[in-house]
Each structure stands twice: as structure tokens, then as C-alpha cells.
Design a protein around this ligand. Structure first.
Ligand code: SAM
Length: 265
């Protein structure tokens, strides 16, 4: 079992605290409190992000995707990628990747009985290490379409780090028919969005917001499936014609994250 530094907050554990989970320590709860100070509904934002994850995975699974590479997977919580994917196709394969070793420890326990799912400790900053990882090579077949997930992760990197270039390496390894699923913090000029950024910078030292145009660039030129990039509460890829509230009628906290899925033709 890897050693954990519990003296400082980590993204995975702060997020777990915001979701009401139990896999966190006092500094993580203080980090979560910093979010709540600036964004009182920060916990609801985290829950909406999880709901969006479920919507995105179900969409891809129903399109026939049976292999998922979930980068920055986070600690196991209510409905995780493999549960959603395997509820559509029991043979679906899922590899969870996270650079926080606590995810491996808790994920392994959850997955002890699931042969089609694994968790590895690896870093998006080293995408080639991810692709070369023996457990990825064993479980995923890169000659067939992959559901590549980078959900709730880009905000933790500054633009100067060029996170899109790491994702490009992974996407290049995925064949045509694959999808790229992303959620990110958005900047449409609202004070609460700025509050989310302040909270992240204060508690974790990262958590930047981006314009929708900049988020669109994360998709590396792939066309987006309907309804395109939108606020989570308006984003229903399986029901693109569903009647959704106008953006201005959402609660301000519901205008902090956007989701989209790109398709590699
Ligand atoms: N994807 C999940 C979701 O949307 O519910 C969890 C999102 S959580 C906000 C971000 C996760 O990314 C954390 O578990 C964190 O440990 C992980 N992470 C942060 N930096 C990473 C990196 N460089 N490589 C891999 N994972 C990373």
C-alpha cells in the first residue's frame, strides 16, 4: 500500500469531501471549506459533474463503446464509470488512471471482483507512460474504438502547461470511432466562476476557469456530438432535443462547469 501525505490537501480527497465521501482527512476538509466559502453550492457542482460523467459514459456505451480510458478518475463514489458502462454492456472494459495513489488503494478494493476493470497510478503529464502501462496493454485494444475521458481535470493545469498536448498523445493512439469526453470550469464573466477559481488557487494552488472557446480547443478539432459544449444542467447527449432551461435561468452555481463529447471520425 503506498504512503499517503495526509498533511496537505489533494485534489482527489478535496473532491471526495465535496461529494460527501469519507476518504478524506482534515486538510482536505479545510480545502473543501475554502470552496464552500467562495461557492456555497460547490458540493452541488461536484455532484452535477458526477451526473454529467454518468450521462457521458451512458451515451458512449449506448453508441457501442466497450472500452473506456478514464484519466483523472478520482476516488470511487456513487456511480463510477465501470458501473455505468457495464450496466449497458457487462463486458465493457474500464481502466481508471489517477496520479493520486489513494485512488489505486480504494479502487482496487472496489474492483477486487471485476476482471474487466482496473486502476493504475499514472500521470496525464506522461501520456506515453500511460499508453505503455502493462495493465492498459492487457485490458484495452487500441485497434478498436475507445471512450477517452478527461472529466474534471483540465482545470487543474494552467494553459502554460499545454494539457491539450498530453491529451493529443492519448487521442492519437485511439482509432477512428473513438470519443473524447471532457468537462471543465468555464469563464463566461460571472463572479461565481471567478470564486471557484479563487477557491481552487487558495486550497490546492490550481483550478483555473476558461472561456468556452478555449474549452472547445481541448477537443483538438474533433466535431462535438449534440448538444455540443454546454452547462452540465443543459447537457443531455442522449436526448439532444430535450427541453432544457435557458442558460440564464440556471442557478449561478450551475454555470460553473461545461461538458462536451468529441467524435473521432
Ligand atoms: N474524473 C472524476 C470526476 O469528474 O468526477 C474526478 C475529478 S477530480 C476533480 C480530478 C482527479 O484528477 C483527481 O482524482 C486527481 O487526483 C486527478 N489528477 C490530478 N492531476 C492529475 C494528473 N496529472 N494525472 C492524473 N490524474 C490527475
Amino acid at each position: 500500500m503506498p504512503e499517503f501525505d495526509i498533511s496537505r490537501p489533494t485534489i482527489a480527497r478535496v473532491y471526495d469531501a465535496l461529494l460527501g465521501g469519507k476518504d478524506n482527512f482534515a486538510p482536505d476538509r479545510e480545502g473543501a471549506a475554502a470552496y464552500v466559502k467562495y461557492v456555497p453550492n460547490a458540493g452541488d457542482c461536484a455532484k452535477e459533474n458526477r451526473q454529467a460523467l454518468v450521462k457521458g459514459v451512458r451515451y458512449m456505451a449506448n453508441k457501442g463503446i466497450d472500452q473506456f480510458l478514464d484519466i483523472g478518475a478520482g476516488l470511487p463514489t456513487m456511480e463510477n464509470t465501470h458501473q455505468v458502462a457495464q450496466s449497458v454492456n457487462p463486458d465493457a472494459r474500464v481502466v481508471y488512471v489517477d496520479n493520486d495513489p489513494i485512488v489505486l488503494a480504494h479502487g482496487r478494493a472496489l474492483l477486487a471482483t471485476n476482471d474487466n476493470t482496473t486502476v493504475i497510478t499514472a500521470d496525464l503529464r506522461d501520456p506515453r507512460d500511460i499508453l505503455d502501462h502493462p495493465e492498459i496493454k492487457e485490458l484495452l485494444d487500441f485497434s478498436r474504438p475507445i471512450g477517452l475521458m478527461v472529466v474534471g481535470l483540465h482545470m487543474h493545469f494552467h494553459d502554460e502547461e499545454q494539457p491539450d498536448e498530453w491529451v493529443r498523445v492519448l487521442l492519437d493512439a485511439c482509432p477512428s470511432g473513438s470519443y473524447l469526453f471532457i468537462t471543465d470550469f468555464v469563464d463566461t464573466g460571472e463572479p461565481l466562476q471567478k470564486g471557484m477559481e479563487k477557491a481552487g488557487l487558495e486550497s490546492l494552488g490550481n483550478g483555473w476557469i476558461r472561456t468556452p472557446e478555449r474549452i472547445t480547443e481541448h477537443f483538438l478539432g474533433l466535431p462535438l456530438v449534440e448538444p455540443g459544449l454546454d452547462f452540465l444542467a443543459r447537457w443531455f447527449p442522449e436526448e439532444p432535443d430535450k427541453e432544457v432551461p435557458a442558460a440564464e435561468d440556471l442557478k449561478p452555481y450551475q454555470r460553473i462547469l461545461m461538458a462536451g463529447i468529441g467524435y473521432k471520425a
